[in-house]
Design a binder for this molecule. Structure first.
Ligand code: FAD
Ligand code: NAI
Length: 475
């Protein structure tokens, strides 16, 4: 007889493993199936985020930032660091170790919460009495049944038509995170989040980096004023970003990659590079799930169709994270995973799409929550704006990092915060205050009246809130 569970989660990324833990906390018998393998073929739960996404990219960003500081910023502190070298193999090994710690942490959490883990591919075999039968194909094969199923199978990198990833010269996020030596010339296609983060890593380590972007605007989803400020900083660092290009033929040769493209002026350009990273978005992943067996509805992008509560068209089957609509972010996947587990338990799961923060971990960092100035204009909303530059913040001066600003957008009548946009040092951490404020429907004045520690970067947040009422104290 097949093993029976109340809830089976397919996929052990941030959407899946968090859903499994929350469901177990709520008293269900839970199993989580994940097929990711580490180098030794063993289990590596955590999905894209842990293995080839959020965590390893931040490890490399940290290492490369240290290198950049040692080379370019130690001197102003009176520190001499001569002959600074980067051992790329060691940096990659450190990153791999950080990933492993996270994989192991998730396996520990499964044990602690009594979640049964299956290492292998889960696919629907069909309906069973009171639920569904799922086939698990790993080192061994078995079938399990579940009353409720949560699908959290994530996403894969999108390849350019006719240019498959070989992970040697033409790299997805996977290959981009394990390049063995600093490429002399690195080309990237797509100046979105991955393009900017990975481009920054390899530029800091000495690569000549060119990022080709199809759209004529830089970071179109970001508040224009913030995107402009970030672009200025990236230009100064030597990150070459070409907007409005049309990528043509790509030749993957023995010595590297040649990218033919037309630039914004309509001129034909040939770019030779040692490596090419293609970062043009991701596609939802339902490969091997055998969704047809239960009649699961997919949309034209291959995403599983869900309603606002993450219910699919099949009763008792839910889907969360990158495999459904909405931003492809780990924390969005986690929130949906928790909410679905709570809904299965008859509770009211809560995910507020208006207060999901975005962070781009470049230097300067970019972070935002809520609507941009251009969105408010398009929506016809009357608003007030307030900005405060890090140049006028004492802590930023002491850190030696005064690039950027904090910007508040508040309703012109009620003063409710509608959006907060940041570019500058450590704004990945500062944005949380704005998220909390918006979740509690705070006004700009509320933030302006709250005591913020001195000296801290968070004072720039308070000052930007004061700026909405045109009464900054330090600028
Ligand atoms: P995934 O993390 O993709 O997990 C899906 C899991 O399901 C995988 O382990 C997969 O092997 C498994 N699976 C799939 N099909 C099956 C099956 N049939 N049977 C068993 N297992 C299966 N987001 C952020 O919020 N912050 C960041 O800083 C950030 N950085 C990123 C950097 C990079 C380079 C990339 C590529 C992404 C980054 N993201 C970041 C996005 C983030 O990784 C995703 O949004 C997140 O991982 C989605 O979680 P998920 O659980 O939906 O899917
Ligand atoms: P993206 O959607 O952020 O950026 C893709 C870029 O490629 C866009 O600017 C797009 O206009 C451009 N593009 C698309 N097709 C093109 C073409 N043919 N030629 C030239 N340019 C083209 O996608 P990206 O960077 O691949 O990342 C995927 C997702 O992963 C992100 O959207 C995000 O959800 C997630 N992620 C999140 C991170 C974070 O939160 N810090 C870090 C990295 C990834």
């Amino acid at each position: 007889m097949s093993k029976q569970f109340d809830v089976v989660v397919i996929g052990g990324g941030p959407g899946g493993y968090i859903a499994a833990i929350r469901a177990a906390q709520l008293g269900f018998q839970v199993a989580c199936i994940d097929e990711w393998k580490n180098a030794a073929g063993g289990p590596a739960p955590g999905g894209t985020c842990t293995n080839v996404g959020c965590i390893p990219s931040k490890a490399l960003l940290q290492s490369s930032e240290h290198f950049e500081h040692a080379n370019h910023h130690f001197a102003e502190h009176g520190i001499t660091a001569k002959d600074v070298k980067m051992d790329v193999a060691k940096m990659i090994a450190r990153k791999d170790n950080v990933v492993k710690q996270n994989n192991d942490g998730i396996l520990y959490l499964f044990k602690k919460n009594k979640v049964t883990f299956f290492h292998g591919r889960g696919s629907f075999a069909g309906k069973a009495e009171g639920g569904y039968t799922i086939h698990v194909a790993g080192k061994t094969e078995e079938s399990i049944t579940a009353k409720q199923v949560i699908i959290a199978t994530g996403s894969n990198a999108r390849a350019l038509p006719g240019t498959p990833f070989d992970e040697v010269n033409v790299l997805s996020n996977d290959g981009a995170l394990r390049v063995g030596a600093v490429p002399k010339k690195l080309a990237l296609i797509g100046s979105g989040v991955i393009g900017l983060e990975m481009g920054s890593v390899w530029r800091r380590l000495g690569a000549d980096v060119t990022i080709l972007e199809g759209l004529p605007t830089f970071l179109g989803a970001v508040d224009e004023q913030i995107a402009k400020e970030a672009k200025k900083a990236f230009d100064k660092q030597g990150l070459k970003i070409e907007l409005g290009v049309k990528v043509g033929e790509i030749v993957n040769g023995k010595k590297g990659v040649t990218v033919n493209y037309t630039n914004a002026k309509g001129e034909a350009v040939v770019l030779d590079a040692d490596k090419l990273i293609v970062s043009i978005g991701r596609v939802p992943n339902t490969i091997g799930l055998n969704a047809e067996a239960i009649g699961l509805q997919l949309d034209e992008r291959g995403a599983i169709v869900v309603d606002g509560d993450c219910k699919t068209n099949v009763p008792g089957v839910w889907a969360v994270g990158d495999v459904v609509r909405g931003p492809m972010l780990a924390h969005k996947a986690e929130e949906e995973g928790v909410a679905v587990a709570e809904r299965i338990a008859g509770q009211h799961g809560h995910v507020n799409f208006n207060t999901i923060p975005w962070v781009i971990y470049t230097s300067p960092e970019i972070a935002w929550v809520g609507r941009t100035e251009q969105q408010l204009k398009a929506d016809g909303v009357a608003y007030k704006a307030g900005t405060f530059p890090f140049l006028a913040n004492g802590r930023a001066r002491a850190l030696g990092d005064t690039t950027g600003m904090v910007k508040f957008l508040a309703d012109a009548t009620t003063d409710e915060i509608l959006g907060v946009h940041m570019v500058g040092p450590q704004v990945s951490e500062l944005i949380s205050e704005a998220v909390v404020a918006m979740e509690f429907k705070a006004s700009a004045e509320d933030i302006a009246r709250i005591c913020h520690a001195h000296p801290s970067l968070s004072e720039a947040t308070k000052e930007a809130a004061l700026a909405v009422d045109k009464r900054t104290l330090n600028f």
